[in-house]
Design a protein. Structure first.
Length: 412
């Protein structure tokens, strides 16, 4: 059993808590995505990957909000370096998309992102859709996805031509891939928007959407597009990876997506983090969630080591939800057999101390998921666990039965 006795010593702040983190080697284990695998030790069963608000299912810890920007964890991501605009209603956005004929790639990406924001707001406000409106949203999304696929741009132009002009077109080189005209901002926000559409209606997960996700993954792996701008690369990787996973695209079903996760976790993200890359807490935690939801089965030793060595910086602004996401995601990966490496004790030690310090601010689900994760790791810190258990007991009246069940299993 792993031991950690630095809670009382480092309780003051997240940075002080790191001093109590043991440097002992630690052999972890790792998952295939069964979006909450059932096992004989856990009361957890199935979790569905797309929801914009926390919810409860028949068993286990649940997933959380979609990727968001650092300056506001309660709102959808905002495109970098884009001028502010008056938000449009869903109906206005649908009319805007209907009027866009063969939009160029950047416009199609922006329209898709704005549509995703409308869907996200509808869900947060629990606002019902008018008859036929949800179907109209899916159709609008399909149109924009098509505009981002090779050969679709200009499809609305006249197709009548002579046989000679047809032969000339046949000899012409294939049109450029629209995705290659997108920057890292557009790619990340497009992936996030796709996840919103699938969350609204699983029918949006079409072959065209899969083709678009594959195209973005290939472009990300085959170029340096995701590394620009340099100070936001982690954020864009996080959005692309989480968006693909939340849209239901799994590594085992998509070679480009599998290559994206392998490249990002084994080399690119560790390199950026080790070089001092700025990366906010929610982006980091969503990367671990994405690896679980996408069924990634490779090694995460390099990524875990890079994150563990910079916990005081990377997780400096972390909220209870961010810590719970990271710890729960890592626990699910470990349970599935993914190698996490020797950096995991640093993450666990800092996470336990931070969650105990913020226990009074944490939601019952965050506390329950943290306790569940600690139990899965066999992590023992009686002081911190006692603080978390007491905080959950104080909120028992508004906790879901599943949260209580998970916590009781963890404490048993």
């Amino acid at each position: 059993m792993l031991q950690y006795d630095g809670y009382n010593e480092g309780r003051g702040t997240g940075r002080k808590a790191l001093r109590g983190v043991p440097a002992a080697t630690w052999p972890p284990p790792a998952p295939l995505l069964t979006l909450l695998p059932t096992d004989s030790h856990s009361c957890c069963h199935t979790i569905h990957p797309i929801h914009t608000t926390p919810h409860t299912h028949a068993g286990g810890p649940q997933q959380y909000q979609p990727p968001q920007r650092r300056r506001s964890h309660s709102s959808p991501p905002t495109a970098s370096r884009r001028p502010p605009r008056q938000p449009l209603s869903l109906e206005q956005q649908l009319q805007r998309i209907a009027g866009a004929q063969a939009p160029p790639p950047k416009q199609a990406s922006d329209l898709l992102y704005q549509l995703g924001k409308c869907v996200d707001q509808q869900a947060k406000q629990r606002k019902p859709y008018e008859p036929g409106q949800a179907a109209a949203v899916v159709r609008a999304g399909v149109k924009l996805v098509a505009a981002l696929l090779p050969g679709e741009q200009g499809a609305g132009s006249s197709s009548s031509s002579s046989s000679s002009s047809s032969s000339i077109k046949a000899a012409a080189p294939p049109p450029p891939n629209p995705v290659q005209q997108l920057g890292s901002v557009e790619i990340g926000l497009t992936a996030w928007a796709l996840a919103q559409l699938v969350g609204l209606d699983s029918k949006a997960r079409s072959s065209s959407m899969r083709q678009l996700v594959d195209s973005m993954a290939e472009h990300a792996v085959g170029s340096s597009v995701m590394d620009q701008p340099a100070d936001e690369a982690c954020r864009h990787y996080s959005r692309l990876m989480y968006g693909a996973a939340a849209a239901g695209i799994r590594c085992m079903d998509s070679r480009p997506v599998a290559q994206l996760f392998a490249a990002a976790t084994a080399e690119r993200l560790p390199r950026l983090l080790n070089a001092g890359q700025q990366c906010n807490a929610q982006d980091v935690s969503n990367i671990f969630l994405a690896c679980h939801y996408a069924g990634f089965t490779g090694s995460l030793q390099q990524l875990v080591s890079a994150v563990g060595s910079r916990m005081g910086v990377v997780m400096e602004d972390a909220k209870p939800q961010n810590w719970a996401n990271m710890l729960w995601g890592c626990a699910k990966l470990q349970a599935g057999g993914v190698e996490l490496g020797q950096g995991m004790p640093a993450i666990l030690g800092a996470g336990v101390a931070a969650m105990a310090e913020q226990a009074s601010k944490a939601e019952p689900q965050h506390i329950s998921n943290t306790l569940w994760a600690l139990a899965r790791f066999g992590w023992q810190d009686a002081g911190a666990v006692g603080v978390l258990a007491a905080a959950l007991a104080e909120q028992a009246g508004r906790a879901e039965p599943q949260h209580i069940s998970n916590a009781l299993w963890a404490l048993s």
